[in-house]
Design a protein around this ligand. Structure first.
Ligand SMILES: Nc1ncnc2c1ncn2[C@@H]1O[C@H](COP(=O)(O)OP(=O)(O)OP(=O)(O)O)[C@@H](O)[C@H]1O
Length: 253
């Protein structure tokens, strides 16, 4: 993967400002602000139902925004959704893929949507499918794939157009240890090329090791964010998480 077009100096890759989202009468996320810079690998953690998927779906434009704003490399996702989608990629928590396509058809389909030239797409598909050990299955229909194989396919598809911002919802769920290791390497490489990664996870050890920055959400509100070192201080991320998300006698769910 070549280096992505540079984001103008001083411009964050992701700027979430006073974001709010409601479902009916219920406010799922309120007044949430965070900034992701080029090169960041940003971990987003919180209890079940805290609001992680809600924010992620609004960042990638899979659902709307009820308050505040979200900008990707300076592009407002609500005002210019197509331009914003062109420079980011989304790996959802449930890798639902067109079952009637083969793996390679799905990847070529995505490459067409994102206008990836034929030589570049072949190179990326070859390299990534080898690394994630799925090359042999690319000729098979997606309907025959396991959950982990679909997850790998969706990850490769997300990397097809070399996104400036890669957003992943629980990306390590269902991946075997080799694939999880490769994915960590791939995310790291993406960040060193000037892109940014934002992902939710319940696997705090991975977040602690991989992420340069972390944010903790509790019941729809951000409780802390910053560099991983700042957030955890002298403790483990797990200790901090339990302290922030489950205060004594409350539980936070
Ligand atoms: N489509 C929806 N309609 C109504 N309520 C919803 C909808 N989607 C999410 N919610 C509610 O919004 C809140 C936040 O949900 P969200 O899926 O964002 O949490 P999460 O942090 O991703 O949880 P998990 O770790 O379990 O995936 C929850 O109370 C959930 O019940």
């Amino acid at each position: 993967m070549e280096r992505v077009n540079q984001v103008p100096a001083g411009q964050p890759i992701l700027n979430v400002s006073h974001f709010q989202k409601r479902y009916g009468d219920k406010i799922a996320v309120r007044d949430l602000s965070l900034v992701v810079e080029p090169g960041d690998i940003y971990g987003f953690i919180g209890h079940n139902g805290a609001g992680k998927t809600t924010l992620i779906r609004s960042i990638v434009g899979a659902q709307g925004i009820d308050g505040g704003s979200i900008q990707v490399a300076g592009i407002d996702v609500a005002r210019d959704p197509v331009a914003a989608k062109r420079i980011m990629a989304y790996v959802p928590d449930n890798p639902d893929v067109y079952e009637f396509m083969t793996g390679i058809q799905y990847l070529r389909y995505l490459a067409d949507i994102f206008r990836v030239p034929v030589d570049a797409r072949s190179k990326r598909i070859g390299e990534l499918s080898e690394r994630l050990q799925i090359s042999d299955a690319l000729a098979d229909p997606v309907g025959t794939y396991s959950h982990g194989m679909r997850q790998k396919l969706v990850i490769i598809g997300a990397l097809m157009h070399n996104p400036k911002l890669l957003v992943l919802d629980e990306p390590f769920v269902g991946l075997d240890p080799v694939a999880a290791h490769e994915l960590k390497q791939i995310l790291h490489e993406l960040s060193t090329r000037g892109s940014a990664v934002f992902f939710s996870s319940h696997v705090l050890e991975v977040v602690e090791k991989l992420c340069s920055k972390v944010a903790v959400i509790r019941a729809g509100e951000l409780v802390t964010s910053g560099t991983t070192d700042e957030v955890r201080g002298d403790d483990s991320l797990e200790d901090i998480f339990l302290e922030l998300v489950e205060p004594a006698g409350e539980g936070g769910r």
